[in-house]
Ligand binder design. Structure first.
Ligand SMILES: NC(=O)c1ccc[n+]([C@@H]2O[C@H](COP(=O)([O-])OP(=O)(O)OC[C@H]3O[C@@H](n4cnc5c(N)ncnc54)[C@H](O)[C@@H]3O)[C@@H](O)[C@H]2O)c1
Length: 311
């Protein structure tokens, strides 16, 4: 296997542009294909805007923002690429058509990963004659900042392909987890969905405002969850006895809370209630302004915690 030095990004919108910046920062060259005429301008702008942050985080030591090229077709972009990240829209027809157009052009050793959030690996594999080099590599937005990538293969995936993808992501600074079984939303989006459902339930039933429920998360468990996962944290929540003591002590409490959690769907009326709550909380600041603030906070946290990370 080559050192995955030359990569391709197919679809360069919100996610693909961010992947492009990260791959360039890691010292790779990136061949981009996107159907939009404005993609080249937007990607170059995105790379330029994100380069200072990537440098600040120490992720751009070997990188060169100019090693990006733009191509007229997906098959031209994947030619010679050792790692291909596909981030075209989440529509099965578009994904299948794209895979059919690149299959003959990808090199035999190349790994192709899809960023897909909602589609399952097995339904996307239908677009391939031989899907053995094709895996899930699901990032969190924006991929150049958030470390997590969820990686998955299945019985149709070739030996060592998942491991190659994991090594590649580690080499660009990502933290990977392995998804062992196909479920809608993979792992992390299901966790988000579970928490958000209860956040909405608390608002809907008048327990607290949108702003206070959000605050309860970022100023409380959210900060701890950025340090360690929930089960590990509870291992530290009952002294020397660890998780066994915690379970013994709090089983009744958790069972009682779980029995009381809300089950709901996001109906239009409920969405309206959330929107007005968020408008009140944002004090007229635009989503773009708030996104800048979010990215500054995430960057500061990543920077401050980098020397303390064990793995
Ligand atoms: N936005 C998120 O938060 C997020 C997070 C993780 C994963 N994803 C996944 O990433 C993928 C892309 O999502 P996005 O948010 O970047 O969408 P997007 O709409 O911002 O970008 C898609 C890009 O693909 C281009 N495109 C459309 N058809 C194409 C084709 N046939 N070939 C090449 N390019 C084509 C579009 O011009 C656009 O630039 C989806 O599968 C999505 O589920 C999104």
């Amino acid at each position: 296997m080559s050192d995955l030095n030359h990569t391709a990004v197919l679809g360069a919108g919100v996610i693909g542009a961010s992947w492009t910046a990260l791959f360039l920062a890691s010292g790779r060259s990136v061949a981009v294909f996107d159907v939009s005429d404005s993609a080249e301008k937007q990607v170059r702008q995105y790379v330029e805007n994100s380069w200072p942050v990537l440098t600040e985080l120490g992720l751009a030591k070997n990188g060169n923002p100019d090693r990006v090229s733009f191509h007229k077709s997906a098959s031209m972009a994947v030619d010679g690429a050792a790692f291909v990240q596909e981030s075209v829209p989440e529509r099965i027809g578009i994904k299948h058509e794209l895979y059919a157009s690149i299959e003959a052009a990808i090199s035999g050793e190349a790994v192709v990963a899809t960023s897909a959030s909602g589609l399952t690996l097995s339904e996307m594999q239908v677009g391939w004659t031989d899907p053995s080099r094709f895996v899930l590599g699901h990032p969190f937005n924006p991929p150049h900042l958030i470390p997590l990538v969820e990686v998955m293969g299945n019985e149709r995936t070739g030996d060592g392909v998942v491991e190659t993808a994991e090594r590649f992501y580690a080499s660009v600074g990502k933290v990977t987890i392995r998804v062992n079984r196909e479920v809608p939303g993979h792992v992390a989006n299901r966790l988000q969905a579970a928490v958000w459902r209860e956040a909405i339930h608390l608002v809907k039933t008048g327990v607290a405002s949108v702003e206070d429920v959000d605050k309860a998360m970022w100023a409380g468990p959210g900060l701890r969850w950025a340090a360690m996962g929930p089960t590990m944290l509870f291992h530290l929540g009952a002294g020397e006895g660890g998780l066994a003591a915690f379970c013994e002590r709090y089983t009744d409490s958790f069972n009682r809370w779980w029995d009381d959690l809300g089950v709901l769907h996001l109906e239009p009326q409920l969405a309206k209630q959330l929107v007005s709550g968020v408008v009140q909380a944002t004090d007229d600041q635009s989503p773009a302004k708030l996104s800048e603030h979010r990215d500054a906070l995430i960057t500061a946290m990543l920077k401050a915690t980098a020397p303390l990370r064990i793995n």
